[in-house]
Write a protein that binds this ligand. Structure first.
Ligand code: C5P
Length: 224
């Protein structure tokens, strides 16, 4: 099977729109590979923080980072987040904090960071298929994908979902600051110059505000 024969379903949208849950449900049901590109950016941000690497010395350290930066995902079990494995460690709860999210959003606006992450993302395209979750999966990284979904939901609903996810990871957050951070991150992701968050022209847009995950999967299956 060559690359062109490997089916890809892209799922883009803002934080808390349900991408992770839906990507996980589809990956488990189809037994396909999963790419949580947000977690890939988060892992790079975490790695840079841990190793005191800044944008200024990124180019100089790039080779070293490339050697060590191998991330894998385990779809895990329904109701729990997709697990992030880095250097043989499960770092899921370390990278899913709001502090890392903020740092990630700033780094992700930088072309050198996006340029570094791009080939890592394409490497996930393996048989029998790939579910790719992110912001620019359908517009940039897998613009050739046959199936493209864009999930959205009201900011209040997304903040509520985010709070539940963080609670499950044992992290308490204040609803007001969560709402503020989410709006700020949406603004940055949408307004940035490189790979802004926008639906691909040929994507199916689903507002998940009043749908449960099963309802969203049902709509996607009808589309597929
Ligand atoms: O989806 P998640 O909240 O984990 O993503 C964290 C951040 O990573 C986003 O706010 C966005 O800035 C960045 N990101 C991106 N492109 C992607 C996925 C995530 O810029 N494909």
């Amino acid at each position: 099977m060559n690359d062109l024969d490997i089916p890809v379903i892209t799922i883009d949208g803002p934080s808390g729109a349900g991408k992770g849950t839906i990507a996980q449900m589809l990956a488990l049901e189809l037994s396909w590979n999963i790419l949580d590109s947000g977690a890939l950016y988060r892992t790079l941000a975490y790695f840079m923080q841990e190793n005191k690497i800044s944008l200024n010395n990124f180019v100089e350290k790039r080779e070293e980072i490339e050697k060590r930066f191998h991330v894998s995902f385990d779809p895990g079990v329904p109701g729990e987040p997709v697990r992030v494995i880095f250097e043989d460690k499960d770092i899921t709860s370390l990278v899913r904090t709001e502090e890392i999210a903020k740092l990630t959003s700033n780094l992700a606006a930088e072309p050198i960071i996006r340029d570094f992450i791009k080939p890592c993302q394409r490497d996930f395209m393996k048989a029998p298929g790939l579910i790719a979750d992110g912001r620019d999966m359908g517009t940039v990284i897998f613009s050739d994908a046959k199936y493209k979904i864009f999930l959205t939901a009201s900011v209040e609903e997304r903040a509520k979902r985010r709070q539940t996810q963080l609670k499950r990871l044992g992290l308490e957050v204040n609803m007001r600051s969560l709402l503020h951070e989410l709006e700020e991150r949406d603004r940055k992701d949408t307004e940035r110059e490189h790979s802004p968050l926008i639906p691909a022209q040929d994507s199916m847009i689903i507002d998940t505000s009043n749908l449960n995950p099963e309802g969203v999967v049902k709509e996607i299956k009808t589309y597929l």
